[in-house]
Design a protein around this ligand. Structure first.
Ligand code: NAP
Length: 249
């Protein structure tokens, strides 16, 4: 497969691209010359703002709304993306729902919600992407704790663990035309409702004793998109957190 020597002339669909890490990834792609289909669920105003910034960088941008908890939504989203932007070269499965629950008392509704957003939607989008029958690259956003046991976010954790499996299996299923990789961020942005003190408090628990930032995650995504001999891999951007397992708790 030809590497993406340049992102110019390429078009990327980024799910959950309105804000936070998705926004950083979308803008990094725009900065490198890619066109964007920016997906959002509820952050309409932020999506418009991100699109405006990307356009200032010279990108053609289309905005699409979809709730990926609806099992019919991924295929429809992809169909609308094709209609709006033409063939897609890049897919970034970034959309995610981070919510607390534990194994003890796990409810089907939570598990099903996580599986729909973290497993079924990315898989359905990858399938539709591969069905274009052209070269392309996918990056799925995992979590540095994917091989660990995140007992406070168990449904989320299970969803990401399935997405890791999907990353490897889709890499085999859709080779050689489509490469499928993953980025597993660690401590990058505080969860909603938390501030900088959350990052400062947890930074010393990482082997590198610091936290990352969205630009570092975006750089890892761009690397995997442009690495022609790499598929089925997860790149941890986490200051070494994944090496510890659950041992620091
Ligand atoms: N932030 C971190 O430090 C960190 C650490 C580890 C892993 N990650 C992973 O990196 C990715 C980005 O992180 P983040 O913190 O920026 O993510 P986030 O804020 O938790 O979620 C990203 C976007 O996902 C969209 N989304 C949520 N539920 C959806 C649904 N049902 N249908 C469609 N879209 C939905 C939301 O869009 P709207 O706002 O439009 O509703 C949200 O803005 C995620 O996959 C996350 O798991 C992040």
């Amino acid at each position: 497969m030809e590497p993406f020597r340049t992102f110019r002339g390429k078009t990327a669909l980024v799910t959950g691209g309105a804000r936070r890490l998705g926004r950083a990834i979308a803008l990094a792609l725009a900065r490198e010359g890619a066109g964007l289909v920016l997906h959002y669920r509820s952050s309409c105003r932020e999506a418009r703002r991100t699109a405006e910034e990307a356009r200032k960088l010279g990108a053609a941008v289309h905005i699409l709304q979809a709730d990926l908890e609806d099992p019919a939504a991924p295929e429809e989203l992809f169909r609308l993306a094709l209609e709006a932007a033409g063939p897609l070269d890049i897919l970034v499965n970034n959309a995610s729902e981070y919510f607390p629950d534990r194994m003890d008392g796990l409810r089907w509704e939570n598990l099903s919600r996580s599986m729909k957003v973290h497993a079924f939607a990315p898989l359905a989008l990858i399938r539709a992407f591969a069905a274009q029958g052209r070269e392309g690259a996918v990056v799925n956003l995992l979590d540095a704790r994917v091989l660990d046991y995140d007992k406070e976010h168990y449904s989320y954790h299970l969803g990401k663990a399935v997405l890791l499996s999907i990353t490897k299996e889709a890499a085999l299923e859709y080779a050689p035309l489509v490469r499928v990789n993953a980025v597993a961020p660690g401590l990058i942005l505080p969860p909603e409702g938390e501030g900088q003190d959350y990052l400062d408090r947890l930074a010393p628990t990482n082997p590198l004793q610091t936290h990352g930032d969205p630009a570092q995650v975006a750089r890892a995504v761009l690397f995997l998109l442009s690495a022609p001999f790499v598929t089925g891999q997860a790149l941890y951007v986490d200051g070494g957190r994944n090496l510890l397992g659950g041992r620091h708790e």
